[in-house]
Design a protein around this ligand. Structure first.
Ligand SMILES: C[S@@+](CC[C@H](N)C(=O)[O-])C[C@H]1O[C@@H](n2cnc3c(N)ncnc32)[C@H](O)[C@@H]1O
Length: 334
């Protein structure tokens, strides 16, 4: 996606040092970054579809700032929506960029860029700033004065940790809680959890002793790392992967999912539909699919297309719980 602010701010002399590595945090798969010298750039992107799209376009991409290395000459942060995640990225960049190297911050007003400008200006001088296209880009010179902004760790339930930016980081999602309460006790065999997040629903699935393997498929690297910390069970398998592209060596006896329903701000039922299709393709002929969805989301046609038997097994005013069987799309196992 084109961003006129990057071109205006970074094209001029002196915006970036003439040599040295450049750290970019938060670029999405289709973001236009061609203003940057590709051979000097390392992008931090932990969301697997965006990570893979950037890598396909030839960018060097790592899933976490801890994997980026150090001694960067400059950084560009593309602000996420979560304020504490944004602050964590500023703290990380302030350490990874050499002292006084430029740190550029770009964001939409709706993602809190003005608040971020105000918060940084309270600690350091702002070297440049430009407002355009409902957002702002500004620059400060790296200085490790943001250590108190390092990412918090949350404890959304006893025994679980999460990080800013992961889905439902501070409390158990009510949809997952409803689905967990409705799952049959007789779940058995190989089970997959599509979009397993930080692992709360997965932990409930693992309370069923008939489950022999639980494959936790999650695209957000931070959530995937939290899940690895949260779930200590020999039956758990952790996959940092796009559930809609996932290929298993053999089919599953059950798939459970609380699928994502938006990317960015807009509701995108297409994502849930892709999860439904993926679930059908992963199941054995006798396999069962259990999902929770916001009641207003139109998944009925997709469910009917991919399953011979679809039943609503409960829910409330906000969520519906679905059990589906007789998958009709037989996607070959790898
Ligand atoms: C509604 S949340 C459910 C999380 C978790 N099951 C729970 O109980 O908290 C959906 C999850 O799907 C993940 N996700 C989004 N797109 C994905 C994709 N293409 N492949 C795998 N996971 C994805 C999100 O990061 C999020 O953790």
């Amino acid at each position: 996606m084109n961003n006129p602010r990057l071109t205006l701010a970074l094209d001029g002399d002196g915006a970036l040092p003439p040599a040295g590595r450049i750290l970019v945090i938060g670029a999405r798969g289709d973001d236009y970054l061609d203003i940057l010298p590709k051979e000097r750039v390392t992008v931090v992107q932990g969301f697997r579809p965006d990570h893979d799209a950037l890598a396909t376009r030839g960018w060097r991409v790592v899933p976490d700032a801890d994997d980026a290395g150090a001694d960067f000459a400059a950084a560009l942060i593309l602000l996420p929506r979560s304020r504490s995640q944004s602050r964590g990225w500023v703290a990380a960049a302030s350490h990874l960029v050499a002292p006084r190297g430029p740190v550029w911050i770009d964001g939409q007003k709706t993602d809190g860029v003005e608040t971020m400008l105000k918060d940084i200006r309270a600690r350091l001088p702002i070297a440049a700033s430009l407002s355009k296209a409902h957002g702002r880009i500004f620059r400060f010179d790296a200085d490790p004065v943001f250590d108190d902004w390092r990412e918090d760790v949350f404890h959304p339930a006893p025994g679980f940790i999460t990080r800013p930016g992961v889905f439902s980081a501070e409390k158990v999602d009510p949809g997952s809680a409803l689905l967990a309460a409705a799952l049959p006790e007789n779940l058995t065999g190989r089970v997959a959890d599509l979009g397993s997040g930080w692992g709360w629903l997965a932990a409930r699935i693992l309370e069923r002793f008939g489950v022999t393997e639980l494959h936790m498929i999650e695209a957000d690297y931070a959530a995937h790392l939290c899940a690895q910390h949260n779930i200590a069970d020999y039956r758990a398998r952790f996959h940092w992967a796009d559930a809609t592209q996932f290929r298993s060596e053999s089919k599953f006896d059950a798939v459970v999912s609380n699928p994502p329903f938006h990317s960015g701000r807009a509701a995108e039922p297409a994502l849930g539909v892709a999860f439904i299709a993926a679930a059908a393709g992963m199941l054995t002929q006798s396999g069962r699919f259990f999902m929770v969805a916001n009641r207003h989301l139109p998944y009925e046609a997709a469910l009917a297309r991919h399953f011979g038997d679809v039943r609503e097994i409960g829910g409330d005013g906000a969520f519906k719980l679905i059990a589906a069987s007789r998958p009709s799309t037989a996607r070959p196992a790898r």
